[in-house]
Design a protein around this ligand. Sequence first.
Ligand SMILES: [Zn+2]
Ligand SMILES: [Zn+2]
Length: 396
Amino acid sequence: MDVLSQKVQELMKELEPKFIEDLHWFHENPEMSFKEFDTTAYIRKELEALGIEILDSGLETGLVGYLRGGEEGPCIALRADIDALPVTEESTCTYPSKRPGMMHACGHDTHASSLLSAARILAQLKDQIHGSVKFFFQPAEEINLGAKKMVKLGCLEGVDAIFGLHNSPEIPLGTVAVKHGALMAAVDRIEITIKGKGGHGGIPQRNVDPVVCAAAIIQGAQTIVSRNVSPIDSCVISICSVKAGEGANNVTPDSVTMLGTVRTYSKEVEACVVKRLTALVDSICAAYECEGNLNYIYELPPTTNDEALYPAAHEAVTSIGAEPVDPIPSTGGEDFSIFMEECPGFFYWLGTRNEENDCVYSWHSPHFKADERCIAIGAGTYAMSVFKAIEHLSKK
Ligand SMILES: [Zn+2]
Ligand SMILES: [Zn+2]
């Protein structure tokens, strides 16, 4: 083991009580997207105590810390999201949320504390950094707006590579997912409106029924995944909300609105969905004498790891004694992908699964719980990513 990895591992152990103290504070004090004021104040105070500069980013919540290393070199950004969810905690955690109706049910407290812990490690190893580090404590990931805001404010300026992570109850504690290609899906929103002509439900011949037309579109949309997308590719199309009428059993409504979500991993599959869904809405509506409109909204691109950063990411994980694993991707989305569109990026999953500790529940569950021993591994992964990425980028 090289001296630097050994030093990082020592600090992971030595500083762990402080890491856990941070985690407990974050977990007990969850805040909603773009309302992370107390969380930001806590992070700011701790970073300032470490001698890390807080940049004038223009963010109201969340912040960007900056650490200049001992020598000039590449700038590496490390990102953690910090917001919570409107969920009432029902987990077996011994330090539960103190704020009613709010919970770190996606475990962003583990990200915030892992990154703050990485800052604690890197501040001590500052002279060995041949470049600089930007610490992105990002607001509002849960509503897919935080990363967009940070990009718009120019936070990525001068950044050569960015690393991020999300806890994962799907992979065991002690492992970190280091994946080639896509780890999480593109997220698109669909809004379909079908206009017919309402009237008496008992006298259908006088109406143009948009409900029957909607049913045909829902059925038809299922054939895109089964008949148009290759069986080797992956795709999800879910219609999740159908709104028609005001509750009367005998009134045919004028219109139906439907909301849904599409998940894909490649531009080709996404383009296929758009083309087929447009054709289905147009032609089924024409056949049923309705007027249809599809509003297809691209919310997030897929979270696809940069191939050139893979060796650095893999070495970062092995060098701290964690086990790299290669899980199947998630059809969940992640707004880290917004940064990846602007800058080479790599996204990890941090293993938090532990049956003995009840750490098995999925993201957003009121029972969600992460094994707190993941924080030292998260901190080490972030910190070593800086050293390994600078090493690889400087070789070019
Ligand atoms: Zn979430
Ligand atoms: Zn999350």
